[in-house]
Structure formats: C-alpha cells, structure tokens
Design a protein around this ligand. Structure first.
Ligand code: NDP
Length: 680
C-alpha cells in the first residue's frame, strides 16, 4: 500500500501510515496519508530562505520559460496522471478538464509571463505622472515580488487544475509555494508534485507539498505571505478569521461555495436552438465531474410558461446519462470523489426538498455500471423543481456539491435577476438568449453579483467553452458567498501575488528604479546611432535627437496622393479655416512617417523588425511651414530568451518617440516596438 509523502524542506517525508483514502469507484484503499507530523517552522524557513532566493535569482522572463518547460514535461506524462485520476471517480472527460486543463493553464501563464512581463523583477505600472510644473518631480507605481510564501489550500474536486492554476501565477510572481491539497484526493496531487520535482526544472524551495493537516502553519505567516483557498464557505470563514491572518494582515483569497444559475431568456421558445442549448448546458453542468464543480449550475431559472417543457426536456436528456465506473465503455458520469461527499450530498438534497420536489432522481433507473460499484460513491443525477422560487429559501442557500440542480420559474426579467441575486454572489451565471436587448438589460445588473457571465446563443454555441470552465485569461471568482476572491484573469492573476508601491522622485530616479525610460529623465546620446547597437549593448535612455524638417504644402499634397486621404482639414482651405485649427494642417500619419524618415538609420543592422506602435497621440497640429524634429529614446528592453530561425538571439526593444515643432512643443508621441538582434 502506497504511503503518500509530503515534500517539505527539500525532501520527501512520511513513512508511517495515517488515514486510508478510498477509491471513489469501488471503495478499495488507493493510498494512505503519512502519520508523521510536519515541522512547519522548517517549511516556512525553507520557502522564505532557499525558495525565495532561488526564485528571485531568476526574472519574470526566466520563470515564464521555466513554466513552459514544465508544462511540456507534464504534458508528455499526462497518461500517468489519468491512471491515478480514475480513482477519484473522474471520467476521461472529467480528467481532461483537471489534467490537461491544469497543464494548459501552465502553458497559458508561460505565455502571459513572456508577453506581458519585463526582464528583471520590477513591473512598472506606468506611465509616470508629472507632479510638478517644471517636470522635475514625477510619480508612478511599481509591482515587486513579495518577500514571503504563498500557501495554497485546495479543494478535492480538481487535484491537478486546482494546484496548477494557483501555482502558475504565484511562481511567475516569484513566490515560493506551499501547497496543501484536500486530503481525500491528495494521492493525485502527490503524483503531480512528484512529477514536477522529478522534472528537475523547478528552483529549489519553490514548491512544497503538505499531505494532511496544516498544523501551526497559519500561525507562522506574516504580511509578506499570502493564502489562497478553494473549498467550502465554512472553512473559508474559519481561515479568514484566523487570529494570525487578521493580526498580520495576510492577504487571503477565497473561492467558496457558489449557487450559480443559468437563466433561460424570455425570448426563447421550446423547439428553438437556444432552448436545446439551455437544456444541454444544464445537463452537462449537472453531470460533468458528477456535478462537483464550484461553477456548476445549481439553479436553472426559466420563464413560468416554459417550466413544464423545460422539465420534460431535462428529464429526457438526464435519462440518457449512463453512470458508473469510468473505465466501463459508454459511462458518461462517474462517482463523487469520496463516500463522505455522498453522505453530504444526500443530506443536502433532503434539505433542498423542504422547498422542492424531485423531477428526476434515483428512482428513474439509477443503476451504476461496473464491478464493485456498490461500494463506490455514486450518486444519481437529481433534478429538483421549486414552484415558488420567491418564497423558497433552501435552493438559494444550500449547495449540494454533486449532480444536483433545482429548476425554478420566473415571471419577468426583474424577478429572474432578483432570484439570481438571492445566491448572494456567485462565480458564474449563464444567460441563454438570442436577443441582444435581453443580454444588454440583464448582464450589467447580474454582473454585480457574478464573477463571470456567459451569454449563450446559436452563434456563440459552436465555439463556447461552456458555463463551467474558468479560463486562464478570464477572471475566476465571485463576490459575497462565492468568497469575494479573484483568481486567473491573465496578467491580473500574477499581479495579485505582487506588492504594489507608489514611487515619487525625479524622472531620472524613476527611470533608474523602473528600468524604463520615463519622460523627462536624463538621456544619453551615444557615439553611434541607437539602431546600430546590438540588444546587449543598448542602454535605457540611449537617445537620438534628429535634424529638422520644414513641412511644406508639397508634402501634404504628396502624402494625400500616396495615401488617398483627401480629408478637408488637409485639402480644403475654406473648411480648414473654419475649423478649430483655423488653417490646413498636415496628416497625423504624415508626421509619423516624416518622423521615421528623420530617425531611421537605413543601413542593414541589428534592428530586425518594427512590429508595432503603442500609445500614439497627436498632441498639437503641424501646419504648412512648421519645422519638426524627433527624439528617439530607448525606453524598455525585454529579453524573451528567443532566437530566430537561424539561431540568432533577439530581444524586444521599445523606443519612445517624441516629435516637436520649432517652439519645442510636443506635436506627437508614441512608442515603437522593435526586435533587435543579440551579438552572434
Ligand atoms: P473544505 O472547505 O472542507 O476543504 C477545503 C480545503 O481546506 C481542503 O484542502 C481541506 O483539507 C482544507 N481545510 C479544511 N479545514 C482546514 C483548516 N482548519 N486548516 C487548514 N486547511 C483546512 O471543503 P471540501 O473540499 O471538503 O468540500 C466540502 C464542501 O466545499 C463541498 O461539499 C462543497 O460544498 C464545497 N466546495 C466548494 C468548492 C469551490 O470551488 N467553491 C470546491 C470544492 C468544494 P482537508 O481535506 O485535509 O480537510
């Protein structure tokens, strides 16, 4: 019998048998937890000492590269995880969400890290704002790695995804992670962490795993640490109110129970595409992962006149769901993750029946398939019907964390919104409608109560990722009862783990701190044109002030001819005189092109490509006879550790361009994005 081990203080710990963990499918023992207590003082010291310094020896770009390599490594070994996942009662499709969804999240954060974070360990949240009239004093914001650890406490339902979706952004942010999976499915999390450690890709101390209880770990946290939690609202309350967490203002993020809803729009008629989309989505959310998803649809709200039609359609579809051992051919829904869960779900269904009747349940042919399933933790898909949803309380308060959903009727959209809000804050809601007016009236109001909103119709359906799937680039987490937390959401997720500080000083100081040129900071004009330097030799603040050029009417006429842009402001003397500027002016894009002509160094060199332009503003008009010049300054360098097809290394260089007129007034400003070669 396998004894699960914790990975703490740089080694695997645990020999004595602790608690037996049973297969959800047939009740046999899968593994036992270890019985030894852990030294959490050593865990914390290892994270803050070894882990932190190893992580901060790397920068955002290097940590992103590390995540990518890890994702590739895990993907190549995913089948080993599917084998273990089967014990949790998960079907292949359920396992896909957990395992490949989790590894996909690693890939996503690798690319978010590489595309949206700098080299180095300071994120500049600019632009800097001038705070004085003469430009000697400015303010801005930076985000830096916290000097502590991230404790991630996970629920039992997603032992892989849950672990990786928290690990990826915190690792990228440079925080050593201590992960505590839910005990009942910790054998799968342990298998994953073993794989992660075996990869040899993770810096020492960046990841520790705690099997079993957290002992006095929370007492040891301070304000540089963070806690993220997924699980029941009760545990969330308990941990959030932990004296040490409160005393030390330890940031605490919770994803808790959620009574998510799906609303069938008043425009949808039985027989329409949207009607069947609604039915499919509700059944899918009831049965995927046997309904053990924090995002599952717990309440299905439909117009009263369609209540019977929807109930009938759901019954028909549910009757086709085969339940049993996921290894058996044709099984579509597996077991609950543990026997305790089955007891819990059954009790909650009983409580829900205070206000609802069963429309589909155990009596409708429930017979799990497979050997030994009588000892498994199977539960029948159960659809309840609540006729008086406004008066009822149970369906708006009780979450049966299994294949259970309650159907209820609404009389008008205001009532539907009112019922949705009775969940007191949820992770997600779906509105099924084909009417944009319905979407526009419902979503902005429902958004105050929900973390994510899906509008489903025939057009979106073909590519919809579904009601229940949080995505790495979109925010996950809802207000109120859902925990009030926020995870994922692209770069935001990483920023949650960083500390933000406002900084004030001269532009030169801000540039030195942020590693980014700030307008007004000292510049340095090198011997060569800045475009002649390789990536390694370019310095932030290297700058070129160009020669001048007087804009003529011929320029405007020629540019109009080339571009086909004969806008009155450039070509109609009478209309232009009546305009705000009182005269004909040059095209903004001419100014842009003329500036390029002024600053470009045309000969072949290390600048490989210009791939875009950001933050363009035309600040003042350029009239006939005005004389312009440009200042080109190296603003930001990002080493994405990339090479081209020939193996030549390259980095991203952002240049600030300021175009001024004869009176030194700014007429245009923007950033240009280039790729610059490294030395061979
Ligand atoms: P719990 O809240 O009991 O547990 C969640 C996590 O917290 C587990 O890792 C658990 O560890 C840990 N934990 C519990 N007590 C403490 C403590 N005192 N100190 C530190 N860690 C602690 O939720 P479960 O996973 O057992 O599920 C129970 C219910 O939670 C479900 O029935 C469902 O209603 C809801 N749930 C909500 C989810 C969501 O995402 N919103 C996801 C999963 C469940 P251990 O397992 O060792 O007790």
């Amino acid at each position: 019998m396998q004894t699960l081990q914790s990975y703490v203080d740089g080694r695997w710990v645990g020999r004595d048998a602790g608690k037996a963990l049973l297969s959800a499918v047939n009740g046999q023992v899968v593994a036992v937890t270890h019985g030894e207590a852990l030294d959490f003082g050593a865990v914390v010291a290892h994270a803050r000492g070894v882990g932190l310094s190893a992580l901060l020896a790397l920068d955002f770009q290097q940590r992103a590269a590390c995540l990518k390599a890890l994702a590739k490594y895990l993907m190549a070994r995913k089948e080993e995880l599917y084998v273990v996942s089967a014990h949790t009662g998960a079907t292949r499709a359920d396992g896909w969400v957990d395992i490949e969804g989790g590894i996909g999240t690693l890939f996503a954060y690798a690319s978010i890290g590489s595309n949206e974070f700098p080299s180095g360990n300071v994120v500049h949240e600019g632009p800097a704002l001038p705070l004085g009239k003469a430009g000697h004093f400015s303010g801005s914001h930076i985000l830096v790695p916290r000097r502590g650890l991230a404790l991630h406490i996970n629920a039992f339902n997603f032992p892989v995804w849950g672990l990786l979706e928290k690990f990826a952004p915190s690792f990228l942010a440079g925080m050593p992670c201590v992960i505590k999976p839910a005990t009942s499915t910790s054998y799968l999390s342990e298998a994953l962490v073993r794989m992660m450690m075996d990869s040899g890709l993770l810096p020492a101390g960046s990841l520790q795993l705690v099997i079993g209880a957290t002992g006095d770990l929370l007492d040891r946290l301070d304000g540089q640490d963070m806690v993220t939690f997924t699980g029941s609202a009760t545990t969330a309350h308990l941990l959030r109110a932990h004296a040490g967490v409160i005393r030390n203002a330890v940031p605490f993020n919770a994803e808790a129970d959620s009574l998510n809803c799906a609303i069938l729009g008043p425009d949808v008629e039985p027989g329409s595409e949207e009607f069947s989309l609604f039915v499919k989505e509700v059944v899918r959310e009831m049965t995927a992962k046997a309904g053990q998803k924090c995002t599952a649809i717990r309440r299905a709200l439909v117009p009263r006149r369609h209540l019977d039609a929807v109930a009938q359609a759901l019954r028909e579809r549910l009757s086709k769901v085969t339940v049993g051992d996921p290894a058996v051919e044709g099984v579509r829904m597996g077991a609950l993750a543990s026997h305790e869960q089955r007891v819990d779900v059954a009790a909650n269904v009983q409580a829900l029946m205070r206000d609802a009747e069963v429309v589909f349940g155990e009596r409708d042919g429930f017979a799990p398939r497979g050997e030994g399933v009588d000892k498994g933790a199977f539960f029948a898909p159960t659809l309840l019907l609540c006729r008086d949803a406004q008066r009822a309380t149970a369906p708006h308060e009780i979450e049966a964390f299994g294949p259970v959903s309650t159907l209820m009727a609404y009389d008008d959209l205001d009532q539907a919104l009112d019922l949705a809000a009775r969940g007191r804050g949820s992770l997600v809601a779906t509105l099924v409608t084909h009417d944009p007016q319905v979407a526009a009236s419902v979503i902005p109001i429902a958004a105050a109560w929900h973390g994510r909103l899906l509008v489903l119709d025939r057009e979106a359906a073909a590519e919809s990722t579904g009601h229940g799937s949080p995505l790495p680039m979109l925010k996950h987490g809802g207000p109120g009862r859902a925990g009030g937390g926020e995870e994922l959401g692209g770069a935001r997720a990483v920023k949650h783990f960083l500390q933000r500080a406002a900084i004030q000083g001269s532009p030169t100081m801000l540039a030195a701190i942020t590693g980014e040129y700030v307008r007004g900071a000292a510049v340095h004009e090198p011997v060569l044109h800045p475009f002649r330097y390789h990536f390694e030799d370019l310095r932030i603040g290297m700058s070129l002030l160009t020669h001048r050029r007087t804009v003529t009417e011929a320029d405007i006429v020629a540019f109009g001819g080339v571009s086909g842009d004969y806008f009155y402001m450039h070509f109609d003397e009478i209309a232009a005189r009546a305009s705000t500027f009182g005269k004909r002016i040059a095209h903004g894009y001419f100014v842009l092109s003329a500036a390029a002509g002024l600053f470009v160094s045309p000969a072949e060199g290390p600048v490989l490509a210009n791939y875009g332009l950001d933050t363009l503003r035309f600040v003042n008009p350029v009239g006939i006879g005005d004389t312009i010049r440009a200042r080109l300054t190296c603003k930001r360098k990002v080493d994405r550790q990339k090479t081209d097809a020939k193996g030549v290394g390259q980095g991203v260089v952002v240049w600030e361009v300021q175009v001024t007129n004869q009176d030194d007034e700014l007429v245009a400003s923007y950033d240009i994005l280039t790729l610059v070669a490294k030395k061979a």
